[in-house]
Design a protein around this ligand. Structure first.
Ligand SMILES: Nc1ncnc2c1ncn2[C@@H]1O[C@H](COP(=O)(O)OP(=O)(O)O)[C@@H](O)[C@H]1O
Ligand SMILES: [Mg+2]
Length: 357
């Protein structure tokens, strides 16, 4: 069922359209910490500037914004951009998920419900079935859908015109998006990990929103241990607040933040137990690689997709692991993070005595 969120009270609605389904954003989509406007967003300046120009131009020309594809690891702001853009434009948004769009009939209500200039946001767009994707091509390009009625010799095609709308697709796996679909997005934006300064700014601002007293060095420590990801910074902040409430006087000092993060198994680089398990499996079972991702996933009893989407991107950007044509390998930094050195450097992968690192 399509979900429509009326973001602007002056939403244009057409009586002929199927009844829109009133929507409430899920807590994840509308949490109190999520920026409500693009100007509230921190970081991603280049993406912000390009989107802002397109939004200004669309408003000036009174035309719908071109279709936008947002890609990047989880928690970096794809949904936030997608929910802020309609607010900037003063239009409504419908939110769907590629995983639930199994056949063209699943996407038809979204398309016929789309008001002029409104946003259709499809999260996890790479999970959409091929038949849905092909059905979307004329909708994206010519604002038209082609329905086939009947079967065999009696089959006929009906072309239904749509109101011009903007599709925003979000994906953690841009590699899985077919070239024809990718080419139909006028803007393609990749979201990168955030800097420590940007995350510290997010932590401080969100501490304010949650009425938390936090020292600057504690905010920095949380930022430093958040894997470059605002969602994790928010999660860690909430956990540290719980810890401070339960174990201290509610205020977050550096010492309290460190104790709380340590208790959660977050290490100095911000890696959590799952990240470390991945590195340790590579070291212990595969002698540091090269090894295929499936082999690591099977050994860890983890899902390959989760490792690729959620675990690997930060380990790669942190240069703890590299991808080679033969498979994943631990880097020297990766070995050292696990307290050892590569076998070629005279060690068989067993931990070094503390004095050596
Ligand atoms: N640029 C940003 N500035 C401030 N907070 C952000 C920013 N991007 C994301 N966040 C925070 O991180 C959370 C997760 O972001 P989200 O947009 O849901 O990520 P994604 O859809 O890419 O997985 C949001 O609820 C919001 O609180
Ligand atoms: Mg999202």
């Amino acid at each position: 069922m399509p979900r429509r969120v009326v973001i602007d009270s002056g939403e244009t609605e057409d009586d002929c359209l199927p009844e829109p389904v009133p929507v409430v954003l899920t807590p994840e989509e509308d949490n109190v910490l999520r920026p409500k406007t693009m100007s509230e967003m921190i970081g991603q300046r280049k993406v912000f500037e390009r989107l802002e120009i397109s939004i200004r131009a669309a408003k000036k020309r009174k035309e719908p914004l071109g279709h936008i594809l947002l890609d990047g690891p989880p928690g970096l702001g794809k949904t936030t951009f997608a929910t802020c853009i309609p607010r900037e434009l003063g239009v409504s948004i419908q939110i769907g998920n590629g995983a639930t769009l199994k056949s063209p009939k699943d996407v038809v209500p979204y398309l016929t419900n789309a008001a002029e200039g409104s946003i259709l946001f499809i999260d996890e767009i790479h999970r959409m079935q091929k038949s849905v994707e092909e059905f979307l091509y004329p909708a994206m390009e010519d604002f038209r859908i082609d329905l086939t009625l009947g079967e065999g010799v009696n089959a006929r095609t009906m072309n239904i015109p749509l109101k011009p709308f903007t599709l925003i697709g979000a994906t953690t796996r841009s590699g899985l998006i077919s070239a024809p679909l990718r080419d139909r997005f006028q803007l393609r934006e990749h979201l990168d990990f955030y800097s420590i300064d940007e995350l510290a700014q997010i932590v401080r601002r969100n501490a304010g929103k949650l009425n938390i007293r936090i020292d600057d060095d504690a905010a920095y420590e949380i930022a430093f241990r958040s894997r470059g990801t605002p969602r994790l910074a928010n999660n860690r902040l909430r956990w540290v607040r719980d810890y401070a409430d339960a174990q201290a006087n509610g205020a977050i000092s550096l010492a309290v933040a460190l104790e709380a993060l340590e208790m959660q198994g977050i290490d100095k680089l911000g890696l959590d137990p799952q990240d470390r398990k991945y590195l340790e499996t590579m070291l212990r079972v595969f002698q540091g690689g090269p090894v295929g991702i499936e082999a690591v996933a099977h050994t860890m009893c983890a899902d390959t997709g989760t490792l690729e989407d959620e675990v690997e991107p930060f380990l790669l950007i942190s240069e703890l692991v590299i991808r080679t044509p033969k498979g994943r390998c631990l880097t020297e930094k990766g070995y050292r993070h696990l307290g050892t050195v590569p076998a070629a450097a005279g060690n068989n992968g067993s931990p070094l005595p503390l004095s050596e690192y």
